[in-house]
Each structure stands twice: as C-alpha cells, then as structure tokens.
Design a protein around this ligand. Structure first.
Ligand SMILES: [Zn+2]
Length: 265
C-alpha cells in the first residue's frame, strides 16, 4: 500500500525540526537531481522556536517566519524539495507532468503556497501521502500569512483527504486532522472525529488538546490557537524522565516534540 518514503521527510512533518547547526547556511552550487541544472541554493538549518506551536503544530517564532527557506526550487525545471540534489524516480516523472507545470505557474496562488503545493504533488506521486498532507498543510499556513482564507480552508481540506488516504493515523496526528477540519470550518466532521478520538482514551497530552478542540468546535471558532491554551507551560510541569512519562501513559512522542518546539527562556 505505502511505498518507501523518499527524501529527507523529517522536514515534511510539521516543518523542519530544529537541529544543533541552526542558522543560515552559506549558499552553494547545487545540481538539480531532475534536470541536472546547477543553481545557487541554501540548505535550511532550523533554529529552535521559542513561542508555543499552534494546535496543528505549526512552530512558534522565530522558526514560524522562516517558511520561505524550507524548500529549494530549481530555477530551470521547477522541482521542489528540501534538497533538490536528491529525487525519487517518481518525483522525476512528476515534475514533467501537466498538473505539476500548472501548479508552479498558477499566479492566483501565493508564491510560497505554490512551492509547498508543488512539493506536495511530488510527494503524492511518490506514494508518500502523509508527507504530501504535511506539505499541503504548509501551503495553507503560507496562505494564512498571505491573508487568503478561502485558499487556506481549501488546502486544509485537501490535507485531511491526504491524511485519510494514507496509512492509519495515531492519536497525535488525528488531533491535527481535527484542527485542520475546524480551521476549514468543517465543524460536523471535526466534532465527529474529535468525539471518536476522545472516546478512545487517548494519552493525557492528546486528551488535553482534544478537549480544547471540542470547546472551540462547539463555538464554531475556526481561528488559530496554540498548545499553550491546552497544556500548561513545560516549566510548570514537574521534571519527568522518559520512563515516568511512559508509566503515566503519556505519549512521549508528543511530549518530546512539544518540548523541542516550545522552549521558554
Ligand atoms: Zn531542475
């Protein structure tokens, strides 16, 4: 069902993950893996965000405002990826198709959204549906920033369709589906999906976020909210090792992600 995931897809899940070598890398001549053309490109090295992430795990500032640097694009063929020096065989085919050419040329869409949608198309063609969902959600974030709410709603809906078309989602990812549905104003679907997740006795962190989502859905609030509204700041939590978190039944994946995403000085 799911083919091997090509490329550096850690960057496609909630955007780039902060690494030890944060900051701007010096541009270098990179040879496009699709058409062979060389161009000056920078490899993005994310910095740790200090602000709380949104409920869909869009990172807080300062990482939030760096989306224009997350993807490289070949100026010749339009291929888009975190690193265009690498390409899945199916990606090479995808770049030559009419839908891809139309996506990168569509001037009715914000330029940054276009780049994420083009990347999403490539990912979908390689069978990486969840990664394609992430890139489509990122196109919606860029549309939020460009003040294009209709496009942002449509792309959140597309992201949900891609998530649901892929392998089964864990509780943490299902929360993000609920958030995308709420922000797309698909309140009935959001309420049903949230209700099913709440009834499945999810881990504590997930339960806290889903309770907030349910309150927002009942108010038909489609606005942006952060996990700070759903969870107390990490500094107020007693120190807990991996082991004690696991014993308490809290998903370490989400906790670890939130700790990385939201560092308070
Ligand atoms: Zn190229």
């Amino acid at each position: 069902m799911s083919r091997p995931t090509p490329g550096p897809f850690h960057a496609a899940r909630n955007g780039p993950q902060p690494g030890p070598r944060a900051g701007a890398a010096r541009p270098a001549d990179i040879r496009c893996a699709v058409c062979g053309t060389s161009s000056r490109q920078s490899r993005f090295r994310p910095m740790p965000p200090e602000g709380a992430p949104d409920l869909d795990l869009r990172p807080g500032e300062p990482l939030r405002s760096t989306m224009a640097s997350w993807l490289q694009q070949c100026p010749h063929c339009g291929y888009v990826a975190p690193e265009i020096a690498h390409a899945h065989p199916a990606a090479i085919e995808a770049v030559g198709t009419a839908p891809f050419r139309a996506l990168i040329a569509d001037s009715t869409h914000p330029p940054l959204s276009r780049r994420f949608l083009a990347y999403a198309y490539v990912l979908e063609e390689t069978g990486a549906l969840h990664a394609a969902a992430e890139a489509t959600l990122q196109a919606a974030w860029a549309a939020d920033d460009a003040r294009k709410p209709d496009l942002a709603r449509a792309w959140r809906g597309d992201a949900v369709a891609l998530w649901r078309a892929g392998p089964p989602l864990d509780a943490e990812q299902t929360v993000r589906v609920v958030d995308a549905l709420r922000r797309a104003e698909a309140f009935d679907d959001a309420a049903n999906t949230a209700g099913q997740l709440a009834a499945s006795h999810p881990p504590e962190a997930v339960a806290g976020v889903i309770a907030l989502e349910q309150r927002l859905i009942a108010l038909e609030d489609s606005g942006r909210h952060t996990v700070a509204s759903a969870l107390p700041p990490p500094s107020r939590r007693p120190h807990a090792s991996h082991g004690s978190i696991a014993r308490r039944g809290v998903a370490p994946g989400l906790w670890e992600r939130l700790r990385r995403l939201w560092r308070r000085s």
